[in-house]
Design a protein around this ligand. Sequence first.
Ligand code: G3I
Length: 371
Amino acid sequence: MTLKDIITGIKFIIKSKRKPPCINITLTDDYSEQSGKSEKPSLKEAASSRNLFIGATVSYNATEEELALATGHFNSVTAENLHKWPHLLKERQGDPLDYDFSRADKVTDWAVKNGMRMRGHTLVWSKMNHTHPKALNRMVSESENPGKMMTGILEKHINRVMGHFKGRITQWDVVNEVFRYGGEGIDGIFMDVLGEKYIDDVFHMAHKADPGAELVINETIGSYRGGKAVEFLDFVKGMLDRGVPVHGIGIQEHNNVKGLDDLAWFIKEVEKTGLFLEITEMDMRANFFRKEPDKYQAQAEALYQRIKTAVDSKCCRGITFWGLHDGNTWMDRIAGPRSHAPNEPQLFDGNLKKKPAYYGVLRAIEEAAER
Ligand code: G3I
């Protein structure tokens, strides 16, 4: 760390003590929009005109209404689960190279037909034992040469999946959440068997499988101050020094409300690498703001601040919300965040109506420069 880095760090600490200004998000109600009197562009139009991606996730069982909501407001989409390795298999517990692409194809084709960019999430992910095919555990313990076996499987998987979606999926999270949740090192079955070199290797494999695809390293950083943020950036810089074909950084923003200055610092660091940045998974639960006079307004303001901080840098090319509306969110389904249900982290409520959050995001995007 240089003296300049230390001074920059101190400046950020001082700045972060200041309270961000309160922005009053101007609302346009759904009624005036439906009656055609609104002059506001849609989120999708505002983003597209600035060459930005604004995205949401869809699931396999999305209703017609939900699909229409997605195509109406977003120019990018991620399948919440369908492109994950276990979900692409005929049997989730079965042969890790025996695929059934029919469900993923259905959603991918729908996105392409509607002129949306489809992000591929994710080729290689090993956390909590259910994000990689379970059969790999047994195969490792039974193999005489687990390293060779695992490298072979990874290569076949990446070739098969990227080959299958070539031309339809233009950006892939090659790896997801490789660092321990709290930072300090890499975990997961691929790390255990192959060491951290597997990360370089899978990027090379992915580039070979589809040289036209954008390859992203996707991570949940949490706080962008020191610790994991620095560890992550150093690792990515190392990849670039080693000539690894990584093109972009994906950051997850699940419920990050604090540390705008830290986020700004992190993005400046990304800028220096020359890589692009996308917020690949964003949500912000409304009841964080339950003590505010209007929690939805406060949620809108917080989203405005965060997205503005991101799009102020031209290296930020897109923001994807991890969900589509408050009526169907992973946060209300999964242990942990479920204890706060209803979390209401999205831009549309359970009746698919725009919330103030929608206008907060729209405003941040309208203020962004074209890239
Ligand atoms: O579809 C099956 C269903 O057939 C079965 O009956 C049911 C029984 O458990 O499981 C269903 O699959 C679940 C799937 O969500 C769809 O609801 C999986 O068990 C469950 O593990 C899966 O959770 C997903 C989780 O990632 C793990 O893959 C969440 O929906 C998804 O929102 C979440 O997304 C992650 C990102 O990929 C990475 N970053 C964090 C983010 C939030 O946790």
